[in-house]
Design a protein around this ligand. Sequence first.
Ligand SMILES: Cc1cc2nc3c(=O)[nH]c(=O)nc-3n(C[C@H](O)[C@H](O)[C@H](O)COP(=O)(O)OP(=O)(O)OC[C@H]3O[C@@H](n4cnc5c(N)ncnc54)[C@H](O)[C@@H]3O)c2cc1C
Ligand code: SF4
Length: 466
Amino acid sequence: MAEHYKPTKYKAWEMTIEERFSEYHPPFTEREAKAEANRCLYCYDAPCMVACPTHIDIPTFIRKIATGNVKGSAKTILESNILGATCARVCPVEVLCEGDCVLEEDHKPIAIGRLQRYATDYASERNIKFFSAGKPNGKKVAIIGSGPAGLSCAGELAKLGFDVTVFEKQKWAGGLSTYGIVVFREPVEVSLAEVKAIEALGVKVNCGVEIGKDIEFDQLIADYDAVFIGVGLGKVPPMAVPGENLEGVLDGLDFISATKTEPLGTIKHGNRICVIGAGNTAIDCATIARRLGAERVTMIYRRSEAEMPAYHFEYQFALNEGVSFMFLTQPVEVVGENGKVTGLKCVRMDLGAPDASGRRSPVPVADSEFVVPCDMVVSAIGQTKPFSFITALAKLGLKDVKGYIKVDPATNKTDHAKIFAGGDCVRSHGEASTVMAVQDGKIAARGIYEALLGAKSVKIPAASKQ
Ligand SMILES: Cc1cc2nc3c(=O)[nH]c(=O)nc-3n(C[C@H](O)[C@H](O)[C@H](O)COP(=O)(O)OP(=O)(O)OC[C@H]3O[C@@H](n4cnc5c(N)ncnc54)[C@H](O)[C@@H]3O)c2cc1C
Ligand code: SF4
């Protein structure tokens, strides 16, 4: 099958590696932000606000920018979404708030994400603090995992007067915002600044502590009044093809993490790279491979373009970066010489009858094997489900839905009275995203408040787009 290389608009050779990995969208200047804010119609029953899973009062924060009250604008954002600076950068706004903006049809939707970034950066750069710890209520809560779900839950609980401790197995807190989201979308510093803001509310963040290994679940449950599980998902699962242990085969998440935590010039990469998968993580791996300087990056996907799980705008982004795609292609073996990758053996596929997901299932075409020459293979075929937690907690009565922790969506309580959960580890359906994890953390915080203090707190609307 021929590879269809599209002309690249990305002139890597004209930029330094640091420039290639700096934030993709430049920040708004004051003039640009005011001009953009003044385009907003301040709609009654604003659809943008309904579309935001955390229900930020978007017309109000935009109006405050238009009138020069940028500090007030940041407060409006952070009241609904304590990780507003991250979400301003990583939210798929094209399918959320901006996708539902009334100006989308006739003109250009308001650049809500960039305005949100303008306001939250203004507050962060000036170290403006809007919240403080609530009056102590005598209750202790443990949070497992410091990703967006855990941090959001921790921050909301601290504001309500809980004594909160977060346990994180990695060296740094922030979850995938720190380690997984490509640096030109979210620099590590933005995520770490949000961790600091949560710590400033009195939350203790204990990094390098793995629950289930360094501290047993039973111990945690005995020591705390409630436990929130926000452990996300696991590593990329094995491809289960021969040759995947050859030098030059990489886990896509490790590849991305290296570009966030190691000096860019020291990251090893191939020159002809095959990326397996066609979701948003695979797109991220392919685009960073190009930006690191790989000459040819080919994404390999067993279904067709119509079934690819990546957002359409991400697909377009990858095409613009000079990434090529081989659809209806299934890897069957990583081939190599002297222990190193030299190619990826694939078969062509046809689409057969729809499977359980409703998508037509790929069927191998007989005698269609061919080898794509390459010196590196990056696997980005998804993340493993939280099996170890489900197994360990099943004895406590926790149940699962298709391998994800089962919760009551109104409170995010599990089947155990003391245990709540949220974020990717409960996302058995719908898009797993940062903003959904933030909303889960908020819902669980209110659920914990009501369970432990027996009082109704502020009602949090359910997330709209799941
Ligand atoms: C490559 C990639 C790119 C993405 N890009 C985007 C994007 O652009 N926009 C977007 O909205 N979403 C994006 N997502 C999805 C988004 O990052 C997740 O939906 C979000 O981070 C989920 O938050 P979480 O808190 O549930 O889990 P995570 O962010 O995964 O955090 C879980 C944390 O729990 C810790 N942990 C796990 N087990 C233990 C344990 N036993 N003890 C202690 N700590 C533990 C982990 O180390 C981790 O820090 C992306 C995901 C990936 C993989
Ligand atoms: S839908 Fe668009 S125009 Fe209306 S309030 Fe929201 S951002 Fe402004």
